[in-house]
Design a protein around this ligand. Sequence first.
Ligand code: HEM
Ligand SMILES: *[C@@H]1O[C@H](CO)[C@@H](O)[C@H](O)[C@H]1NC(C)=O
Ligand SMILES: *[C@@H]1O[C@H](CO)[C@@H](O)[C@H](O)[C@H]1NC(C)=O
Length: 320
Amino acid sequence: MAGLRSLLVCIVVVAATIVIPTSAQLSASFYNRVCPKALPAIRSVVKQAIFQEPRIGASLLRLHFHDCFVNGCDGSILLDDTSSFTGEKTAFPNANSVRGFDVIDDIKNAVDKACKGSVVSCADILAVAARDSVFLLAGPLYQVQLGRRDARTASLNDANRNLPPPVFSFSQLLSNFQAHGLDLTDLVVLSAAHTIGLARCGTFRARIYNDTNIDPNFAASARKNCPSSGGNDNTEPLDATTRRFDTVYFKSLLQKRGLLHSDQELYKNNGTDSDKLVLKYSRNPFAFARDFSASMIKMGSIKPLTGNDGEVRLNCRKIN
Ligand code: HEM
Ligand SMILES: *[C@@H]1O[C@H](CO)[C@@H](O)[C@H](O)[C@H]1NC(C)=O
Ligand SMILES: *[C@@H]1O[C@H](CO)[C@@H](O)[C@H](O)[C@H]1NC(C)=O
């Protein structure tokens, strides 16, 4: 009986595979049969890396975002420059800014060892590392969708064109997110990723010296570590609890204490839909946890390569 059932299940699975071999669907169970040890192996390296340096959790979360916003979640951000293309690492939003590439290499080595071969894509590693970072820093735990494959190219120009800069206005931020199939709620909850991590002085100088929608005490304090010229790489916490994935980011926006101009654009206290969302999440951690999870899954599903498209890279820094 059990034998017959598993035979039937096998037939159904094989038939489904034949009918839709290159379906663009991701699935939470993608590695369950081929390598059940994959996800625990990733979690363990991320945990060790965060133990060594809590900020790395923020950096890994940002890597996944910067991967997904440039031609989809395809691991393109991890590729080094080659003679045939200039990759994304030196694009303006990434240069001297994105970090965590060594941790991704460590994860890839660990996961290939656990799986006895290269079956887990670098794009999926980014998605899982981001999810685990949020969870390990006291944020929500969601079921990450899997089955992305890795790009065989990357583009500096596409990174410059697609990643939103911190000087963007509210309407520019919203258009940028809409161009990626995301909406206002996604913009507001995903921006709250800035509840962890740091920013460099060069990215918020204009805000703390010239913006009017800012708490003067907050601006004065941030100026101490960010002179009006020089000190571009001095860092400042993006919110007051940068090692904890909480709702302090939203509470800060209510007090005009957003560090980036783009953060404060989401809350101007004049009754916009964006204002209402910021207020709601500042008061309701459960709504934030739920909606952040949903928006991460949505962002993680931007134009994945699936089926026979792309490849599973042996080394996340170069194509096979
Ligand atoms: C809404 C538009 C966004 C803009 C304009 C923006 C801009 C920035 C900037 C300028 C920094 C500081 C970088 C540096 O100083 O080197 C930063 C850091 C960060 N961003 Fe965003 N970001 C946005 C959305 C997001 C999203 C959607 C996520 C993830 C879901 C994210 C995650 C992070 C994290 C975690 C950090 C800290 C990284 C670290 O400490 O290494 N950001 N962002
Ligand atoms: C602030 O604005 C003034 C006048 O537009 C400009 O000259 C100055 O460079 C700005 N400062 C910063 C730090 O952006
Ligand atoms: C809210 O305030 C900003 C400037 O602080 C302004 O650009 C925007 O038009 C205002 N929106 C409404 C609905 O009043």
